[in-house]
Design a protein around this ligand. Structure first.
Ligand code: FMN
Length: 211
């Protein structure tokens, strides 16, 4: 039996004040991301991506942040996957970073668009050969008969593409352009700090939310 009460923790590590934070949420994100790197967190760039299907079913999965540029957050995936199909029907999406060892979370909402083919090509080329082959071979989110069938797909792709595995058109990046970014810092007595930045015609507006 799990003793749920024994899991209770006080959050004492840090505070988040308007005075100490930049008016630009990307600056604060970079600052926190650097903390996550310095703290040696496992997979600091892992984030939950939530999408919503054509029939309004939300779903979440972890993907890796591969860049923050052109005003957005970039990750790479298979455009024909379940998430790819969701995004084709509804570009609204959310990202969540859970840097739990730092008692922090960052929630991001906005719209997704594919990155350019040139950007996807450039990133694909940096992947190890085995990962490039797998991206070609794996019909992500499709049903495969068993492990053996999956490995057979991989072996076929090795034979077909060898050392020159180029990016298939169904694989590439998305960039989430945020309309809202919330930074959460755990505090004593559950009186946590929450600063939300919202995109407005006048630029980013910042507000404090009750915990
Ligand atoms: C640590 C971690 C990192 C992952 N990174 C990625 C990624 O960058 N891109 C990706 O497509 N899937 C990644 N995945 C796998 C996804 O969570 C998911 O299984 C896959 O994308 C299929 O999701 P879908 O069926 O909802 O489209 C990662 C999973 C984990 C646990």
């Amino acid at each position: 039996m799990v003793n749920w009460n024994s899991l209770r923790r006080e959050y004492m590590r840090a505070g988040l004040s308007e005075a100490d934070t930049d008016a630009d949420p990307f600056k604060l994100f970079e600052h926190w991301f650097n903390h996550a790197l310095a703290a040696d967190l496992p997979l600091p760039n892992a984030m939950a991506l939530s999408t919503v299907s054509r029939d309004q079913q939300p779903s979440s999965r972890i993907v890796l942040l591969k860049g923050v540029d052109h005003g957005g957050f970039v990750f790479y995936t298979n455009y024909q996957s379940r998430k790819g199909r969701d995004i084709a029907a509804n570009t609204n999406a959310a990202l969540l970073f859970a840097w739990l060892a730092l008692e922090r979370q960052v929630r991001i909402e906005g719209r997704l668009s594919p990155v350019s083919a040139a950007e996807s090509d450039a990133y694909f080329a940096t992947r190890p050969l085995g990962s490039r082959i797998a991206a070609i071979a794996s019909p992500q989110s499709g049903i495969v008969a068993d492990r053996q069938a999956l490995e057979a797909l991989y072996d076929q792709a090795v034979l077909a593409h060898g050392e020159t595995a180029r990016r298939p058109a169904h694989w590439g990046g998305y960039r989430l352009l945020p309309t809202e970014i919330e930074f959460w810092q755990g505090r004593e007595n559950r009186l946590h700090d929450r600063l939300v930045y919202r995109q407005t015609p006048q630029g980013w507006m910042r507000a404090r939310l009750a915990p």
